[in-house]
Design a protein around this ligand. Structure first.
Ligand code: FES
Ligand SMILES: [Fe+2]
Length: 440
């Protein structure tokens, strides 16, 4: 990859090509639970823009530029009052949609409040997430229809986690399947695995082969490993524009999951994760029932602070080398790092704020990453020439993606095997389906 393409894919601020493509889509802004009615305004960095998010005492959510349009004092210090946010400098007040309601330091005959609007973005809350639309359309497109985002709040585990690096590193980490056998399970010997557990195939054969294809919404892969008899063990995963992935770790049937690598700015990312509570995760334990070393527990979080990058930080981070335990690394755990997410975090952040992809040496195991970069570059170039952003007006494009592991007959084409699995999968939201045009 050359430096120009790397810059094109990774820059997301106002005026950037990728930023313009991303702004066509609704964006997960924060968890609904982060905003209390009448509570303190929250600093929110999205796509390189400094915003504040708040919920009025009546319950309406607003997302707007943090700089007051009068003389640019920060609305972070504002008063969250009935009907809107009041700047503490001269008392100007703004409704959640940005409309200026009052200019109390101006004599009434000189007020121009009705003609003043703060830069505010439309917001919608659905199933525990606040979504915002930062694009240029007068009427925003329909809210995303990805399966996991349609699950009722009680049926899904929602979480956020900060990464101090560019979104593309985070995203590529989610579609880099062969790392599972090393970063997360490198210390496991074949003899320790339960032979009945098909998902342990990902630790039995650590060099899978891949089918990769573009889809109407992004790209997908099916990694495959031969099983005894004429069967194949597949792990299927998806990338969907602009920053979504579905990971393959879990039984396909009910594996309703989603990650969004939402760029805060070019060097910080908030990962949003949706996981159906009823899903069955992939291999986590050895045949004696003990957890895979390094996966004994999840990572711990610091309390959220008020700074731009102070939400959803892990206790272990780059400043303390992720609390790496070298003794454990020598004796039992592959990494000496504890928790799947933390292991992922350490490696993607260790590439630096924006990975220099001109230095890479990609192998056939990186096929999905190559196809995804190509797809993204093509989409952003076409968008720059006026083409619509894929899937923005056609939610069905995103409703044909499900990830997970399954076993199929070796003689069946992998695409047909995928279509069959979709037809037989749990479909609690009713939106999951498959048409041939999905795979290109
Ligand atoms: S700067 Fe906000 S009211 Fe004056
Ligand atoms: Fe991982």
């Amino acid at each position: 990859m050359n430096a120009q393409d790397n810059a094109l894919l990774t820059a997301v601020g106002p005026g950037s090509a990728m930023g313009a493509l991303m702004r066509e889509y609704w964006i997960p802004a924060c968890l609904a639970s982060e905003l209390e009615p009448g509570g303190a305004p929250m600093r929110l960095m999205l796509l390189g823009e400094k915003l504040v998010a708040f919920r009025t005492p009546e319950g309406t959510v607003g997302v707007m530029d943090h700089a007051c349009p009068h003389r640019c004092a920060s609305l972070f210090y504002g008063r969250n009052e009935p009907g809107g946010l009041r700047c503490v400098y001269h008392g100007w007040k703004y409704a959640p949609d940005g409309q200026c309601l009052e200019q109390p330091n101006v004599p009434p005959e000189h007020s121009f409040a009705p003609r003043l609007k703060a830069q505010a973005y439309p917001c919608v809350e659905r199933n525990g997430v606040v979504w915002t639309y930062m694009g240029g359309r007068e009427v925003p497109p329909p809210l995303t229809g990805i399966e996991a985002t349609l699950l009722p709040e009680g049926d899904v585990r929602l979480s956020c986690s900060l990464r101090r690096c560019n979104y593309l590193q985070v995203l590529e980490g989610e579609i880099d399947t062969s790392h599972f056998g090393f970063l997360h399970g490198g210390s496991v010997a074949e003899a320790d695995l339960d032979p009945q557990d098909l998902n342990s195939s990902s630790l039995r054969d650590r060099a899978p082969r891949y089918h990769v294809a573009e889809t109407r919404a992004g790209s997908m892969y099916a990694s495959y490993r031969a099983l005894a008899g004429d069967e194949v063990y597949y792990r299927v995963a998806h990338f969907m524009l602009p920053f979504y992935t579905q990971f393959p770790d879990g039984n396909f049937e009910g594996n309703i999951v989603l990650d969004a690598a939402v760029p805060m700015d070019d060097e910080h990312t908030m990962i949003f994760t949706w996981m159906a509570r009823s899903r069955q995760a992939g291999v986590r334990r050895l045949k004696d029932g003990s957890p895979i070393p390094g996966l004994e527990r999840d990572e711990d979080y610091l309390p959220n602070g008020a700074g731009w990058f102070d939400r959803w930080r892990t206790v272990a981070d780059a400043d303390n080398d992720y609390l790496i335990d070298r003794d454990a690394q020598r004796t039992r755990s592959y990494t000496g790092l504890t928790g799947v997410q933390l292991q992922d975090q350490a490696v993607v952040e260790s590439m630096g704020p924006i990975s220099d992809r001109t230095k890479e040496h990609l192998a056939v195991s990186d096929h999905m990453i190559v196809v995804t970069r190509r797809m993204m570059l093509r989409a952003l170039r076409a968008h720059g020439e006026g083409a619509p952003a894929p899937g923005v007006d056609d939610l069905a494009v995103f409703q044909q993606a499900r990830s997970g592991a399954f076993v199929a007959d070796a003689a069946q084409d992998w695409r047909d095997a995928y279509a069959d699995r979709i037809a037989g999968a749990q479909n609690p939201t009713g939106v999951l389906h498959f048409d041939k045009e999905f795979l290109q």
